[in-house]
Design a protein around this ligand. Structure first.
Ligand SMILES: *[C@@H]1O[C@H](CO)[C@@H](O)[C@H](O)[C@H]1NC(C)=O
Length: 368
């Protein structure tokens, strides 16, 4: 009897299935997919159908989401085909890769569920591999989104070999290129990491006043800023002189509101790349994609309330270490650090806060 229940549950759950190739994962993405015909690649699922695909990733279809009456002003646009240039849209950029896919899907789900006007949100997905567009489409049939191919070769030669493996994924650096990748009519974007959920209306974050600044993020001025750079950096005035006249504070690059117009105008991508080149020759920091942001922006960041990035919930490298929330209200929970909620839940060793992530998880078949 039990197997019949399971079987019917399987079909009633609007199961979405995509099968991903281990052979693709085992090669650097750029060798698996050449950029020239990627659009065709993404659109035709048949290209990914050899028999030995693993792991199998299943996502349930999200429930229907709909704008509240208060959002009616945009009905005209949302009924037809919405242009990415529509000024009433809220733009979110997020990466999609096999390893963090479950997190990205949960993040999108959380944004839709907690928005007053979910139909006004437009997602810009950054990918470097595999057929993930059809998976997004089947999981969120109504979603407004576009998939952008980020060529890992753009940064591969810039990534210093000294940074640790987990931070070395080229897709981590895709955020540096948003101003180039997104349509020029997109003037502002919220960049979000894949290991977080938004538990408040994202439109509030979208409305952040950046003043004259290019990026906004919660700042942590009590953190010891010195430790983000090597002693060689601090002792060399050619490098550390960049902070002269600034009061730099640490900020986390997993949640940023970015003014793309100002970014394009000042060509900040070039500045970031220049610091990455310095890192290759002089080893000025130990972390991956974060320090160039501190070098370019720290001290010139529009402060955002800390509730928009309750980070560190992944804990540190000590296995089984659980973090508590920082005091104060929270609108966004971020499992930065080495522990991810989906892995801990699967291994039956969750941290208490992981249960705030699980309601947004769409992975797997329906639970009977
Ligand atoms: C900050 O970190 C640096 C390098 O790790 C250390 O030398 C310094 O003593 C720290 N400062 C404070 C105030 O903790």
């Amino acid at each position: 009897m039990l197997w019949i229940l399971r079987f019917s549950g399987f079909f009633s759950a609007a199961v979405v299935m995509i099968i991903l190739s281990p052979s693709i994962q085992s090669f650097p993405p750029a060798e698996a997919i050449r950029s020239s015909n990627l659009d065709g690649y993404l659109r035709s699922p048949n290209l990914l159908s050899p028999p030995d695909y693993l792991p199998q990733l299943y996502f349930r279809r999200s429930t229907i989401f709909r704008n509240a009456d208060e959002c009616r002003f945009s009905d005209r646009q949302i009924k037809g085909k919405t242009s990415v240039c529509d000024p009433s849209l809220v733009h979110i950029a997020i990466t999609l890769d096999v390893e963090y896919l479950r997190g990205s899907i949960a993040a999108v789900h959380s944004i839709l569920l907690n928005s007053l006007c979910p139909e006004n949100v437009f997602f810009h997905f950054l990918v470097s591999e595999t057929n993930l567009e059809s998976l997004v489409r089947s999981t969120f049939p109504q979603l407004k989104f576009k998939v952008y191919y980020f060529d890992p070769e753009i940064v591969r030669s810039l990534i210093s070999t000294s940074v640790r493996q987990a931070l070395e994924q080229p897709l981590n650096y895709a955020r540096n290129y948003l101003a180039d990748l997104l349509e020029t009519c997109v003037k502002r974007v919220i960049y979000l990491d894949s290991d977080l959920v938004v538990v408040d209306d994202i439109a509030k974050l979208w409305a952040t006043n950046l003043g004259s600044r290019t990026i906004g993020a919660p700042e942590y001025c009590h953190a010891n800023f010195t430790k983000y750079f090597t002693s060689g950096f601090w002792s060399d005035k050619r490098f550390s002189g960049t902070f002269r006249g600034r009061k730099p504070c640490y900020f986390n690059t997993g949640v940023m509101v970015i003014d793309l117009v100002k970014w394009r105008h000042a060509q900040y991508t070039k500045w970031i790349e220049r610091w990455m080149e310095v890192q290759k020759s002089d080893r000025i920091y130990d972390l991956g994609s974060l320090p160039p942001y501190l070098l370019v922006f720290a001290g010139n960041v529009a402060p955002i309330e800390h509730r928009w990035n309750q980070h560190g919930l992944g804990g540190d490298n000590v296995r089984g270490s659980c973090r508590d929330l920082h005091p104060g209200p929270y609108s966004l929970l971020h499992w930065s650090g080495s522990g991810k909620p989906w892995l801990r839940l699967d291994s039956k060793q969750p941290c208490p806060l992981d249960f705030l992530w699980s309601p947004y998880d769409l992975y797997g078949h329906s639970r009977l």
